[in-house]
Design a protein around this ligand. Structure first.
Ligand SMILES: Nc1ncnc2c1ncn2[C@@H]1O[C@H](COP(=O)(O)OP(=O)(O)O)[C@@H](O)[C@H]1O
Ligand SMILES: O=C(O)C1=C[C@@H](OP(=O)(O)O)[C@@H](O)[C@H](O)C1
Ligand SMILES: [Mg+2]
Length: 156
């Protein structure tokens, strides 16, 4: 959250002139509900089921850039599907992530103390992100366009 996945995916789609999808947007479009409403009304596990299905559908039918939500790779079936494609981990440190997400509105897992929630998520997820990534790009103190340029260089 706040790494810039959604933003940078859009920039890469423009640069490469390919379609872009974002699993959060796909879930909102297919359910007609906002992500935060799904979490609050139906719970995180239901959201993760929808998310795993959205990743699988996108990987099967979409040829372009795909932005995942920050928790998508917590599901083993998603990690397995990603094994065959280039996966870029956008690394962000606590301080930049906190600045970027602001009050965390629209990000249900940040409810409460945003800083301590982000720290806990980064601590528990970083090893998983590293395990699925084929490439890692640091984003701290860098503009989305600079991050996108690095990825273009890495995947050229
Ligand atoms: N490298 C960056 N530097 C500063 N702000 C950024 C950067 N990347 C994204 N942002 C901003 O941070 C917020 C979260 O970005 P977003 O693309 O939604 O991240 P994610 O999809 O990883 O949660 C947005 O307001 C976006 O404009
Ligand atoms: O980290 C997470 O578990 C989540 C990240 C969000 O996406 P972004 O990483 O694009 O903010 C969204 O999928 C949902 O709020 C859960
Ligand atoms: Mg996003």
């Amino acid at each position: 959250m706040g790494a810039g996945k959604t933003t940078v995916a859009g920039l890469l789609g423009e640069a490469w002139d390919v379609p872009v999808r974002d699993t959060d947007a796909d879930i909102e479009a297919s359910t007609g509900r906002e992500i935060s409403d799904i979490f609050v009304e139906s719970g995180e596990e239901h959201f993760r089921d929808l998310e795993a299905a959205a990743v699988a559908a996108a990987l099967a039918e979409h040829d372009g850039v795909l932005a995942l939500g920050g928790g998508a790779v917590l599901r083993s079936e998603t990690r397995e599907l990603l094994a065959g494609v280039p996966v870029v981990f956008l690394r962000v440190g606590l301080s930049d992530a906190v600045k970027r997400v602001g009050l965390g509105v629209g990000r249900p897992l940040l409810l409460g103390n945003v800083r301590s929630r982000i720290k806990a998520l980064l601590d528990e997820r970083t090893p998983v992100y590293e395990s699925v990534a084929t490439h890692v790009v640091d984003t701290d103190g860098r503009l989305p366009l600079e991050v996108a340029a690095d990825i273009q260089e890495l995947l050229r």
